[in-house]
Ligand binder design. Structure first.
Ligand code: OOG
Ligand code: MG
Length: 262
């Protein structure tokens, strides 16, 4: 760790205040260039601690920057991991208030729900599929707290990987009923197709993103509990949205899910 506890708490408060007040900020590594990975995840953990103290519940986890399209769009080269709390969850077909967000974008995601806990190290696609209860379509609304979505990996980890809102829905199926690699992904905004892809865009197989998450937590002595919802990462580039937009995502064989921005 390069930062002391007081600096970590201060940066967490700053980033969470930006989130709650829908204000942007410069990336925190500008002022703290020596910040390391442990500092970045410690800031994220402190943001979570603040939310839990206010009564939020963790309802899921996310992997981000798991597809080549996303890494290229954001100019980075490795996945990152974050948390999802109950306040981020939007009901299927529900509304997202743009006044609560800075510059939201949507991403098509394949969501997993576990029936058994996953503990790394050593998790792989096989262990993930064996522990998965079902998969279903999910749209993630990301909203980097950094000005113009400009960040490096450590800054985005500290900012809980831009997590803001998400919706899951459509049809849930056990993973042996679908081919997660060849599964077609079509996202529409206001009836126009804005993103198309296939599951394999996420690390060759979206379950590999869940395995990476389990191995990442395993290194910290943590596990993914049974029942956890996991967003495996945007299949395509994220698409900017504004009030009035309607977004729907169809995953082949799993129906569709949608939300509206007001
Ligand atoms: C970071 C979060 C990325 C994904 O699915 O790739 C993410 C960002 O692009 O702001 O959630
Ligand atoms: Mg995402």
């Amino acid at each position: 760790m390069a930062l002391d506890a007081k600096t970590i708490a201060g940066l967490a408060e700053h980033l969470e205040t930006c989130e709650l007040q829908a204000r942007d900020t410069l990336k925190i590594t500008d002022e703290h260039p020596d910040m390391d990975w442990d500092d970045a995840y410690a800031i994220q953990a402190e943001i979570l601690r603040r939310k839990l103290a206010r009564g939020s519940r963790v309802i899921g986890l996310k992997a981000g920057l798991t597809s080549h399209a996303k890494m290229k769009q954001m100019g980075v080269d490795s996945p990152v991991f974050g948390f999802l709390v109950d306040n981020f969850c939007v009901p299927e077909g529900g509304e997202v208030k743009t006044s609560e967000l800075i510059h939201p974008k949507v991403e098509p995601e394949i969501a997993f729900v576990l029936k058994r806990a996953l503990k790394g190290p050593g998790c792989h696609i096989g262990t993930v599929l064996a522990a998965t209860d079902f998969v279903l379509p999910g749209i993630e609304v990301i909203d980097s707290r950094y000005r113009d979505f400009k960040f490096d990996l450590k800054s985005v980890v500290a900012d809980n990987t831009s997590a803001a809102r998400f919706v899951v829905g459509g049809q849930a199926l056990p993973p042996d009923r679908v081919d997660l690699r060849t599964m077609g992904v079509v996202m529409e905004k206001n009836g126009q197709v804005v993103a198309i892809g296939a599951g394999a865009a996420v690390l060759g197989h979206p379950a590999a993103a869940v395995a990476m998450l389990a191995n990442h937590l395993g290194r910290r002595g943590e596990e993914i509990p049974a029942g956890t919802l996991i967003l495996s990462g945007g299949v395509t580039e994220a698409v900017a949205v504004k009030a009035g937009d309607h977004v729907s995502l169809r995953l082949q064989g799993l129906g569709s899910v949608s939300l509206r921005f007001v």
